[in-house]
Design a protein around this ligand. Structure first.
Ligand code: GTP
Ligand code: MG
Length: 277
């Protein structure tokens, strides 16, 4: 095999390692989901089923790839944080990125009918992906703060935008014009005075996005006490296998879906393991 005259082409395959000892953040984003959401009748501004399907795909991905400590999702995107010391696929950039992107996409399609039982997929969805390496805890905290702040800004904008259209009878052009130049406080006020919507009472899922976190649990004698998350349907059958750690009575991890603040310190102080190594 090795000695054929063709084998030299292998030399053109160059290594693409990611910098050692740095956090990896992989962000996936739905390709043309503006069109995909229209064609599949997603409700506006937020489709609970679509968001739950994203959460399910992300949770399955975290169960498959144990070095992912945290994921954050909103709309058609999910960011995954790998621990600093991960040696997954020898930190090969393209291997990690393509495995993660294709696994997530497969999970999205595999579980589609659980969330959209009456809406067949009209065409295969796809996701783009990128990996960025970050050197410090501060940069990771700021990265996730950036995504959650974005969730809030987009959700406030989309909530008032669609209220103007669905309840206020405006066209999309008129709604854009109404909102041009408005600041956050004006949007809150407009939502309340015109439509009786108190933004603070809107679902945490929509305001905060989805935080999927690897928690450490100790399972002394009742392994069945693992809480795999309260709003997910049963996991895909092959993924339910548990590790040997459980039998050996060691520390086990579980993956939880939350909709909480991750900009302040509280979330991180309660979970120092997320950024350690
Ligand atoms: P590219 O990512 O550049 O390929 O374009 P995109 O069309 O996916 O746009 P982008 O990722 O910036 O934004 C995601 C889009 O998905 C939103 O603008 C919405 O049109 C759509 N979308 C995501 N979540 C929902 C939802 O819950 N309901 C509805 N109706 N649409 C959604
Ligand atoms: Mg997109």
């Amino acid at each position: 095999m090795a000695g054929t005259k063709f084998a030299y082409v292998r030399n053109f395959e160059l290594p693409d390692p990611l910098l050692p000892d740095t956090y990896l953040v992989c962000r996936l984003d739905g390709h043309s989901f503006h069109r995909f959401s229209d064609e599949h009748g997603f409700s506006k501004p937020n489709d609970e089923r679509a968001l739950q399907l994203m959460d399910h795909a992300a949770k399955s991905t975290m169960i498959e790839f144990k070095d992912i400590m945290l994921a954050f999702g909103e709309s058609d995107e999910f960011s995954f944080l790998f621990r600093k010391s991960t040696n997954l696929y020898n930190r090969r950039h393209s291997k990690i990125l393509t495995m993660l992107t294709s696994y997530f996409t497969s999970c999205y399609v595999f579980n589609w009918s659980q969330y959209f039982p009456d809406t067949p997929l009209r065409y295969p969805p796809s996701f783009d992906g990128r990996i960025v390496v970050y050197p410090t805890e501060r940069a990771i905290r700021d990265y996730f703060s950036w995504r959650q702040a974005d969730t809030h800004i987009n959700n406030l904008h989309n909530t008032i935008f669609w209220a103007l259209i669905q309840k206020g009878g405006q066209t999309t052009t008129e709604a854009h014009a109404t909102l041009r130049g408005t600041v956050s406080a004006t949007k809150h006020e407009m939502l309340f005075s015109r439509f009786g919507i108190n933004y603070n009472e809107i679902s945490q899922r929509f305001k905060k996005g989805s935080v999927i976190v690897r928690e450490i649990v100790h399972i002394p004698s009742h392994p069945q006490s693992i809480n795999e998350g309260d709003e997910m349907p049963p996991l895909d059958p092959p993924r339910q296998k548990r590790s040997k750690a459980k039998k050996k009575n060691k520390l086990e991890t579980t993956v939880e879906v939350l909709h909480c603040d991750i900009i302040g310190d509280e979330f991180w102080l309660a979970r120092p393991h997320l950024l350690q190594n």
